[in-house]
Design a protein around this ligand. Structure first.
Ligand code: GLN
Length: 540
């Protein structure tokens, strides 16, 4: 079977949830036995989002093969439970970089290099790269931005050409729009959707399906009206109401028959109804928790929930696995210090210290970790969070005054976290960290071994600094152990304090690997430890 292509565009406003709609449709097709992948084309000029501040664009997601990508790829993986790769996220910057490199090599043989055809050709190559692997029945391509934006024009044009070249029945376009409710008029308004579809039509694309985000149900009459004015079949106007959780969206789309409409239009067999047993089981447990636990998430980008998206979702998955609702309390690390930490963290049953870069907020993170260590509260440190736990231990247990990471203080007398050798000569910031999946060996009879139940794991990385092995023995004899080691480099990947209910720091990012079908064991065991402590308190 040759690969079919689905494009998802957005109209009227941004933030309508194209990523969740794409992931939900993919889930439904996957649950019918089709192999599906999703890619995102982002119209900005950064070559990847790795250099973007989380305030700009939320979390940067990392794939096994070391791509720094848009956070929507995290949704794709969490929904589908299949890994994405470099090819699943392409930006305008990357497209231009490829074209310009070819031009410098002389590949265009003296031709004038132009947006059409050279940029659009390169976009089309990005679209087919996944399809050409031969492993996917369906490739869903989400086009970032909003139709009508200047920067998305080359993408829309590439999709137009692509559809022409592929012929009918091999691809379709789903346009996601907003139907606003005007409370003064007491009405849902379809006009912005009509305009947005007209814009798309004027660029040569007739959408096949409209998914309409709305706060209220659309009447049959309203759907018919939208269908008539936008040239869409009646069964292809789908409403998408606000959901209680993103994990409800596949079911909402199934109820509206989005999957069958798609299969019909692509001339694909319907096969059996989607098998959503695991998904439904997950939702049932999610909505019927037996207990609630309060977890502090200490970070410096806490104003923006998307900045720690994968951690938030990892907690959701781990909560479900433990039949616990998780009340995540975001705490700004810049506002914490040794004096106020007791009040600020009072009542927290578990503490996560988040990843991050730079000096800002670091001392607050260290105070939070000291509190967790001394008060014996389950602690989970991720990347910078793990590094801060090493600094805290160095200062307060080993009494190494002024201990720090050389990222925060170049002249520290005790660089317990130091830059990796291979990083020292690198000047560029983009794509130069230690990125992607690396193997880690786990020592027997450790917390790490209990968590993973294995001696060899693979986890994704995104950092420049490392535990400084010159201090390893001192840490070890004072009670902080390095229990996960990279077998090739000897770098410490996991630290733990055995004499503590749960004190676990990881140099890598387990959150990128947690999915609905496979909640990450580090998150599951952390929440498990929190629940155990909570039950112990109740019994007392
Ligand atoms: N800033 C730290 C480093 O580069 C930690 C990075 C992170 O938390 N992702 O090593």
């Amino acid at each position: 079977m040759s690969t079919k292509y689905i494009f998802v565009t957005g109209g009227v406003t941004s933030s309508l949830g194209k990523g969740i709609i794409s992931a939900s449709l993919a889930k439904l097709l996957q649950a019918r036995g089709y192999s599906v992948t999703i890619q995102k084309l982002d119209p900005y000029i950064n070559v990847d989002p790795g250099t973007l501040n989380p305030y700009e664009h939320g979390e940067c997601f990392v794939t096994d093969d070391g791509a720094e990508t848009d956070l929507d790829l995290g949704h794709y993986e969490r929904f589908l439970n299949t890994p994405t790769s470099q090819a699943n996220n392409v930006t305008t910057g990357k497209v231009y970089q490829t074209v310009i490199n070819k031009e410098r090599k002389g590949d265009y043989l003296g031709k004038t290099v132009q947006v059409i055809p050279h940029i659009t050709d390169e976009i089309k190559r990005s679209i087919t790269r996944l399809g050409n692997l031969g492993t996917y029945d369906v490739v869903i391509t989400e086009i970032g931005g909003t139709v009508g934006d200047i920067e998305s024009l080359p993408y829309i044009e590439a999709v137009r050409q692509f559809r022409y070249e592929q012929g009918p029945g091999n691809s379709l376009v789903i346009h996601l729009t907003l139907i606003p409710y005007l409370s003064a008029a007491g009405e849902l308004k379809t006009k912005p959707t009509q305009h947005s579809v007209k814009t798309l039509q004027s660029q040569g694309i007739q959408p096949d399906i409209l998914v309409c985000r709305s706060e209220y149900h659309l009447s049959e009459g309203q759907k018919k009206k939208i269908a008539l004015f936008c040239n869409i079949n009646d069964d292809s106007v789908i409403e998408s109401l606000d959901a209680e959780t993103i994990y409800d969206v596949p079911l909402m789309m199934q109820e509206q028959k989005l999957d069958t409409v798609v299969l019909n239009k692509l001339n694909l067999e319907r096969r059996d109804e989607p098998d959503l047993t695991t998904w439904n089981e997950f939702l049932k447990r999610y909505k019927n928790p037996k207990r609630t636990v309060r977890i502090a998430l200490v970070g410096k980008y806490v104003e923006l929930p998307d900045a720690y998206k994968s951690i938030q979702e990892g907690l959701v998955h781990a909560g479900v696995a433990n039949e616990a609702a998780i009340d995540v309390v975001s705490i700004h690390s810049e506002e914490l210090n040794d004096e106020n930490v007791h009040t600020a963290l009072e009542g927290m049953q578990g503490i996560i210290v988040a990843p991050g870069f730079g000096r800002r907020g670091i001392e607050g993170k260290i105070s939070a970790i000291r509190y967790a260590r001394e008060q014996r509260i389950p602690f989970f440190g991720i990347c910078l969070g793990m590094q801060c736990s090493v600094i805290e231990f160095a200062r307060n247990v080993l009494h190494l005054e002024g201990a720090n990471s050389s990222e925060m203080d170049e002249n520290t007398p005790h660089p317990v976290i130091d830059m990796m050798e291979e990083q020292k000569a690198i000047k560029n910031l983009g794509g130069t960290m230690r990125l992607g999946a690396y193997t880690c060996e786990i020592k027997d009879e450790t917390l790490a071994h209990g968590v993973y139940g294995r001696t060899e794991i693979s986890e994704r990385h995104r950092h420049r600094y490392e535990f400084n092995n010159a201090y390893l023995e001192q840490f070890d004899s004072a009670g902080m152990k390095g229990t996960g080691i990279n077998p090739e480099t000897g770098l410490v990947e996991i630290v733990e304090i055995p004499d503590h209910p749960f004190f676990f720091g990881v140099q890598f990012h387990p959150e990128y690997r947690s999915t609905v079908a496979n909640p990450h064991p580090a998150f599951v065991n952390f929440i498990g430890a929190v629940v155990k402590e909570q039950e112990a308190v109740v019994v007392e």
